[in-house]
Structures are given as structure tokens and as C-alpha cells.
Design a protein around this ligand. Structure first.
Ligand code: SDX
Length: 429
């Protein structure tokens, strides 16, 4: 990387800091030596101005509404690619040749079953446990079953763990759903592709044949592609920080799932649909818009706004098209929630507050409507997000582990607590 320098005046001294330029996007000021040379930290809670790493995987231009995976626009990948093709691209940096794709598909397909003992693991949960709670527990427990792929210093074991996670997340997600609704688990079928296999494991029952609707399977595949990776978002940063300690990849992914669950992040798709249901009728939209604008009210329009996209989230457009496609295929003519969503979007995009705050629908705004139409309960929405994002988490984890400069992440702080003071016996307090 070539770049210039930045000068910092601090403590009567001028400090020169290297400025580095990437392939695309903002330059970075390298502050790695700042504390050693100035005795001061930088301060950026929420990391609104901080690049935590160097990466070649995903590029986002929030103002232009651009999302590239290894240089390929999300619009082209969503239209032409299949999910395992994008998994290969994220993991290895290029689109696979025919032979590479066939080999990758074979390896993933033949790792989709989980250790039979894991079925016992589910029975410890209440049936009404939130499926994301189950995912946190079961994915973390994979380390207790697959001891032969937790040595992260071994490239072969890293690759096996990556394939296992990509392959087994649909199986575990489907098992979490089946357990939730009290139906028997369905085993993966190797003659179905990734998305079709997932739909089969979720919606088939042992007592009759189940034919996967190819239009719906393609829609699910597109949903997975849209959610596969997204630069250094909160859950990916969680996975990177967890992985920086050298822990195993199963534990890292479980940490990512836990972070994704939050309503400000991956939990927004569930929260957005619940919000549309709470609004209930287009006539009540102004009431909720006013609440979202009221700083004393913690209510926010779920599915709106983004830390990076200050223009349209390119995934939201494709998600909206997919929603119409799925509703059309299922013959759902007038979904009241879709009517509310379209009207809410129209009103919000003309409202001064949302324009000034640059709040646009994000990927979560339309995904809930689509997933509900496909037959998933709202509690499963973030599970599907986690399923799809696993490849992004793994690709980012792999990039970090393979970086020879990698070290444990250990931020510092601005301490504003009590200065040193002496202990006083309780009798004197
Ligand atoms: C995802 O990072 C990623 O890439 C995430 C993700 C991925 O693929 O990994 O894209 C997936 O998480 C999408 C986001 C899903 N979350 C939601 O839809 C929840 C609702 N959105 C907000 O919570 C919020 O917009 C965030 C969390 C998404 C972004 O928050 P920021 O960047 O920290 O912005 P902010 O909270 O500082 O808001 C800036 C201003 C604030 O007003 P002021 O304090 O400046 O007066 O905009 C307001 C906020 O009050 N605002 C909203 C709002 N989002 C922000 N007001 C009403 N409704 C909203 N949705």
C-alpha cells in the first residue's frame, strides 16, 4: 500500500502518522504506534471512524449503495450465483471453476449430517425456547463433538471446520425449528441443493413425500446470498475478536450468533415484522413515524437505518423483489403486512426527519415478510440470517487467522472512574 502521512500536534510535539490507501474506499491513518509515541489512546466507542482490520473480502460504499464480494456486485451474485458458489468466492477469493464447484459442493453436501448424539442435546431445551438460544448452545457445542477440527494452527483442520460449519448450519437450524414445533427431525438429502435441502428439512414430515417448490428454493438461496457477508459488522467483529484469542471456530461462530441476535443487528428482521404487525393498519403509520422521531421514545423503525448505508441498502431492493416473487408464487395477493411495509417506506422516504438522518430500508425490512410467507415463524428469522452469515464469519475468521501479523484484540479505554482510594472497614462506612 502506498500513502502519505498525517501530522498530529499533541503535548507540544508533532507526530507523523502513516496514511494508507486501500483498493477502494477511505484511506486509513495508521495509529498502531500512537500510544507508544504519544502516551494517548484514540477514542471511538461504536467504532464509527475505526478500521479494525485489513480485508479483501467485502467492500461497502454506504453513500453509493454499493456492496461487492471479492469485487463482484451483490446484484450480479444474487441474480446469477448459487449460494455455495458465493461461499467458495468468499472463502477462496475467486469464483470457482466447474471442477472446483463440483468438488466444493460434494464436500459440503457430505458434511450436512450432525453427530447423532447431538439430537439428545436438543432435548435439554424447553420446546418454547427461542431458536436463537438453541443455536447459540448447539453451535458452541459442536466443539464437543468435532475434536479433530479445532486446532486452528492446522490449515487442514481449519478447512474441515469451515466446511462442517457451512454444511451443518442448515441441519442445526432446521432441527431447532422442528424441535420448536414438536415435529421429528428430518435428515438432510444429498440429492437436493443447499437451499432446497434446508426447506426439505424444515417443512417435510416422515409420513409423506415433500416436493420443494423450485421458485421458493431459489428465493431462499437468494436470501442466503444477500446475507452471506457484510464487512466488519457487529457480529463479524465479534467473531474476529473471539478468534483473535485462538479459540476454536465453533466457539467463534457461537459468539457471532449471540451478537447477531440483537434487535439492532440481525434480530431486526424479527423485530421489523413484529413492528409491522403492531402497526396493524396503514392508518396507524403516522403514529409510529412520530414515535420514531421522538427522541424521548426509544422506539425505532425496525428495518430502517444503517451504520454504513446512508443511501439505499442494495440488498433491500433485491429483498423487496424477492418478497413480491414469493408472495406471487404462493398466490398471496394482499398481504396486509406488505401493504403496511410499502406504505411505511413511502411515507418514511418523504419525511424530513428520515431524509435528514439518511434512514432508508435495510436488508431486514423486507426479509421478514418473505420469510413469513415461506412459512417460517418470526422466531426463526434471525436463525436464517445466522445460517447465511456463517460463511461470511468463517471467511473473515480465516482471513484473520492466516494473517501473519494477527495478534489478540485488546482495546483500551478512557477511564473516568474513582481515583485510587483506601479500603474502609464496614463499621466505618
Ligand atoms: C443489520 O452493520 C451491518 O452491516 C449490519 C447488517 C449486516 O448485514 O450485518 O447490515 C445487518 O444489522 C442491519 C440493521 C438492522 N437494524 C435495524 O433495522 C434496527 C433499527 N435501526 C437502528 O437501530 C439503527 O439505524 C442502526 C443500529 C442500524 C444503526 O445505528 P447507528 O449507525 O449507530 O445510528 P444511530 O443509532 O446513531 O442513529 C443516528 C440517528 C439517531 O438520531 P440522533 O441521536 O442523531 O438524533 O438516526 C436515528 C437515531 O435516533 N435513527 C433512527 C433509526 N435509526 C437511526 N430513528 C428512527 N428509526 C430508526 N430505525
Amino acid at each position: 500500500m502506498t500513502g502519505s502521512t498525517a501530522k498530529l500536534e499533541l503535548g507540544g510535539k508533532t507526530h507523523e502518522l502513516n496514511v494508507r490507501s486501500g483498493t477502494l474506499g477511505p484511506d486509513v491513518i495508521d495509529i498502531a504506534s500512537l500510544y507508544a509515541s504519544t502516551g494517548a489512546f484514540t477514542y471511538d466507542p461504536g467504532f464509527t471512524s475505526t478500521a479494525s482490520c485489513e480485508s479483501e473480502i467485502t467492500y461497502i460504499d454506504g453513500d453509493a449503495g454499493v456492496l461487492l464480494h471479492r469485487g463482484y456486485p451483490i446484484e450480479q451474485l444474487a441474480e446469477h450465483g448459487d449460494f455455495l458458489e458465493i461461499c467458495y468466492l468468499l472463502l477462496y477469493g475467486d469464483l470457482p471453476t466447474k471442477a472446483q464447484k463440483e468438488d466444493f459442493d460434494y464436500r459440503v453436501t457430505h458434511h450436512t449430517m450432525v453427530h447423532e448424539q447431538m439430537t439428545k442435546f436438543f432435548t435439554g431445551f424447553r420446546r418454547d425456547a427461542h431458536p436463537m438460544a438453541v443455536m447459540c448452545g448447539v453451535v458452541g457445542a459442536l466443539a464437543a463433538f468435532y475434536h479433530d477440527s479445532i486446532d486452528i494452527s492446522d490449515p487442514h483442520q481449519r478447512m474441515v471446520a469451515s466446511i462442517r460449519l457451512i454444511a451443518k448450519m442448515p441441519t442445526i437450524a432446521a432441527m431447532a425449528y422442528k424441535y420448536h414445533i414438536g415435529q421429528p427431525f428430518m435428515y438432510p438429502k444429498n440429492d437436493l441443493n443447499y437451499a432446497a435441502n434446508f426447506l426439505h428439512m424444515c417443512f417435510a414430515v416422515p409420513c409423506e413425500d415433500y416436493k420443494v417448490n423450485p421458485i421458493l428454493a431459489r428465493a431462499v438461496e437468494r436470501i442466503f446470498i444477500l446475507h452471506a457477508d457484510h464487512e466488519q459488522n457487529a457480529s463479524t467483529s465479534t467473531v474476529r475478536l473471539a478468534g483473535s484469542s485462538g479459540t476454536n471456530p465453533f466457539a467463534c461462530i457461537a459468539a457471532g450468533i449471540a451478537c447477531l441476535w440483537g434487535p439492532a443487528h440481525g434480530g431486526a428482521n424479527e423485530a421489523a415484522l413484529n413492528m409491522l404487525a403492531e402497526i396493524g393498519h396503514v392508518d396507524r403509520i403516522p403514529e409510529f413515524i412520530n414515535r420514531a422521531k421522538d427522541r424521548s421514545d426509544p422506539f425505532r423503525l425496525m428495518g430502517f437505518g444503517h451504520r454504513v448505508y446512508k443511501n439505499y441498502d442494495p440488498r433491500a431492493k433485491i429483498m423487496q423483489q424477492t418478497a413480491h416473487e414469493v408472495l406471487g408464487e404462493l398466490g398471496i395477493k394482499d398481504d396486509p403486512l406488505l401493504d403496511i411495509a410499502i406504505e411505511l417506506e413511502k411515507i418514511a422516504l418523504t419525511d424530513e426527519y428520515f431524509i435528514e438522518k439518511k434512514l432508508y430500508p435495510n436488508v431486514d425490512f423486507y426479509s421478514g415478510i418473505t420469510l413469513k410467507a415461506l412459512g417460517f415463524p418470526t422466531t426463526m428469522f434471525t436463525v436464517l440470517f445466522a445460517l447465511a452469515r456463517t460463511v461470511g464469519w468463517i471467511a473473515q475468521w480465516k482471513e484473520m487467522i492466516e494473517d501473519p501479523r494477527q495478534k489478540i484484540g485488546r482495546p483500551r479505554q478512557l477511564y473516568t472512574g474513582a481515583a485510587q482510594r483506601d479500603y474502609t472497614p464496614i463499621a466505618k462506612r
